[in-house]
Every structure is written in structure tokens, then in C-alpha cells.
Write a protein that binds this ligand. Structure first.
Ligand code: F6P
Length: 358
């Protein structure tokens, strides 16, 4: 048997842990493994290399992906430069299917988030036998309790909050920390609670500027002359819309960004307090994965190879505690897994005095 493995979408801590486990397990079954480079782009241009036990040795603790990745090469709407240099989107998915066969592949492991797994589902429907592995720091995929990479991103954000506390307090400032998460507030919520934030703004709970100001001024009156506001990049005010960093480019999703500045200037305007903004950005995607993510990545990688062995195609490995099981890819995609606003985490956060700006 000859299988392929690819990583698509934004990179994420523990991608290498998944690749390593999938390759080692597959080789243990006696299979050949082809590493497809740069996501589905590798199948568009037949860019790949044989992966051996030696190729995946020493990568468990490394961030990024040894295979490379992209979030701007969807073969169903592939960015193509036409006459006059104008970029338009073109469906070249048939090329991918024929290259898959030309390479002699019999199955594919696709490691990706919502975007990549949506593409994978379409290729599954076009006849490619594949399985999915849920990757994203955003934790916004359905079907699994958690995606790998999320824990590391939360730890990075929490570590930043620990550091920002002392400078905020020393200068009696409000520090607004913008974290990633796309249109969900998982990273903001978890890092905010663990990092002792005073205000947490998430897309699931649209905020009112005057409520943020109120929480900061209540602290001021209690003698707490600094505050930490964690804002998810997809957060927005009641009646408003998320803030984007750019207009849409062909073949890729429009990037979020800028809400931190927006919140900071509102806070200054309403409270008169000096504010500073820290955008954690891609720091959250890098670095060595946490123990949790290394273990989860290893379990996911090995389980993906097992799914192929069983012929359970069109399915995604998923953590459904205590076990790693599998769900149809179609159940994981299309609809974001958002933070439930009526659960005990939000309730507990509110009970200890954290404001959600509502
Ligand atoms: O999905 C992961 C993620 O890091 C999001 O949190 C963020 O909105 C986006 O990717 C950033 O994408 P890019 O790497 O294209 O800037």
C-alpha cells in the first residue's frame, strides 16, 4: 500500500507530532508513505517526497510542519493569474485527482482545519479515499472535543498575559491583548481565565463599549489602577461587525485583525486611561507543542493510519474522551464550533468578576 500525507491551512503546533506518528504507524504496517508538500498544492504540482522513519526522527518537539503548508491554494477555486495580471479563481480539482492516481497513491491523510477538511470532503466525494485529522489553534472544528495545537496556543497567550500583568500594573495602564481564534472565542476565553484577565471579549458575546469602561472604572475605584482586556480577533460590538485586516484575496479567506486598536481607543475615550495594545498574532502558532498537544498529535496520527487500515474513508479522527474515535468529515465542517455561552466556564468566569462586556 502507498499512502500520501499532507498538511493544509495555517500551521499549528504538533503538526510534526501527527506526521511522525502517522508515518511510523504506516511504516509499521509495511506501507510506503509519500509526504505531499505545501498542502493540496503538492498534488497540483506533484511536489512530494518519500517519508521514512529517518525523515520523521527528531521532529516531535518542533513547531511548524516539515511538509510545508498554505492557506491560499484551494484547488476548487485556485488563484490563477490571467491576462493583464488579474488574479481569478479556477477549478483545477481534476488535476489533483489525476495526479493522486499518477503518483500511485491508494489513500491520503489530510491534516487540516475547517478550510482544508472542507476541500478534503470534496475530494472524497470525487473518489479520493482519504481520512482527516483535526488541526487548528482556533479549536473551532465540530466532532472533536478539542483540536491539536489549541492547548499550545492558549499556553502562549497565557504566558504573554502573565508578563503583561506586571507592566500594566507598574504603569497603571489598560493593556488590550488581541488573540487569534477566527470567529470563535476559545483562545481568548481559556487564556483570559488562566491569565487573570479582567475583561474578555469574544465573538459569541457581542460587547457594549460602556460595559467595558464600567468594569475598568469599578476596578479603579477599588484601587486597582490597571486592567487586562483580552479580545478575540473576531469580537465585535453589539450591532457591529468583525474587523478585518485586509480585503479578500483570490483563493484565500479574508483575514481578521484590528479589533484590539478599536477597543483600546474606545477605552481611552470612555475612561481617560492610558492604554496599550499587544497583538499576539502568529506567536500563537509557533513554538514547541505542549505535552498535551504532543500526546494528542501522536494519538491522532496513529489513529489516522488505523482508519486507513480499516478502510474507514471520509472520516476524521476525533477526541471523544476518553478515546480517540472517528466521525464523518462532513459532520466536522461547515458549521463552526463556537463557545457555548450558557456553560459553566462562562458562568464561573462571571462569578469571579470577569466581564464579557455585555
Ligand atoms: O486558523 C488559524 C489562524 O491563525 C487564525 O486564528 C487566524 O485568523 C488566521 O489563521 C491567520 O491566518 P494567516 O496565517 O493567513 O495570517
Amino acid at each position: 500500500m502507498k499512502i500520501g500525507i499532507l498538511t493544509g491551512g495555517g500551521d499549528c503546533p504538533a503538526l510534526n507530532a501527527v506526521i511522525r506518528a502517522a508515518v511510523k504507524t504506516s511504516i509499521g504496517y509495511g506501507w510506503d508513505v509519500l509526504g505531499i508538500e505545501e498542502g493540496f498544492n503538492g498534488l497540483v504540482h506533484c511536489k512530494c517526497r518519500i517519508l521514512t522513519t529517518a525523515s520523521v526522527s527528531g521532529i516531535l518537539h518542533l513547531g511548524g510542519t516539515i511538509l510545508g503548508t498554505t492557506n491560499a491554494a484551494n484547488p476548487f477555486c485556485y488563484p490563477t493569474v490571467g491576462e493583464g495580471g488579474k488574479t481569478f479563481e479556477c477549478d483545477i480539482s481534476d488535476t489533483v485527482v489525476s495526479n493522486f492516481r499518477k503518483l500511485g497513491l491508494e489513500a491520503l491523510i489530510v491534516i487540516g482545519g475547517d478550510g482544508t477538511l472542507t476541500i478534503a470532503e470534496k475530494f472524497y466525494n470525487k473518489g479520493i479515499p482519504l481520512v482527516g485529522v483535526p488541526k487548528t489553534i482556533d479549536n473551532d472544528l465540530n466532532g472533536t472535543i478539542v483540536t491539536f495545537g489549541f492547548d499550545t496556543a492558549v499556553n502562549t497567550a497565557r504566558d504573554a498575559l502573565d508578563k503583561l500583568h506586571t507592566t500594566a500594573e507598574s504603569h497603571r495602564r489598560v493593556l488590550v491583548v488581541e488573540v487569534m481564534g477566527r470567529n470563535t472565542g476559545w483562545i481568548a476565553l481559556q487564556s483570559g481565565i488562566a491569565g487573570g484577565a479582567d475583561v474578555i471579549l469574544i465573538p459569541e458575546i457581542p460587547y457594549k463599549p460602556e460595559k467595558i469602561a464600567h468594569s475598568i472604572m469599578v476596578r479603579e475605584r477599588m484601587g486597582k489602577h490597571f486592567s487586562i482586556v483580552v479580545v478575540a480577533e473576531g469580537a465585535f460590538p453589539v450591532g457591529g461587525k468583525p474587523t478585518h485586516a485586509e480585503t479578500r484575496h483570490a483563493g484565500r479567506e479574508r483575514r481578521l485583525g484590528g479589533i484590539g486598536e478599536r477597543v483600546a481607543s474606545t477605552v481611552t475615550e470612555l475612561t481617560g486611561k492610558e492604554t496599550r495594545v499587544v497583538i499576539l498574532g502568529h506567536l500563537q502558532r509557533g513554538g514547541p507543542p505542549t505535552t498535551f498537544d504532543r500526546v494528542l498529535g501522536t494519538r491522532f496520527g496513529a489513529a489516522a493510519a488505523r482508519l486507513i487500515k480499516k478502510g474507514a474513508f471520509g472520516r476524521m479522527v476525533a477526541l471523544i474522551p476518553p478515546d480517540v474515535e472517528s466521525v464523518p468529515i462532513r459532520e466536522a465542517i461547515g458549521r463552526l464550533k463556537t463557545v457555548p455561552t450558557d456553560n459553566d466556564i462562562i458562568q464561573s468566569a462571571r462569578e469571579i468578576g470577569i466581564s464579557f462586556g455585555d
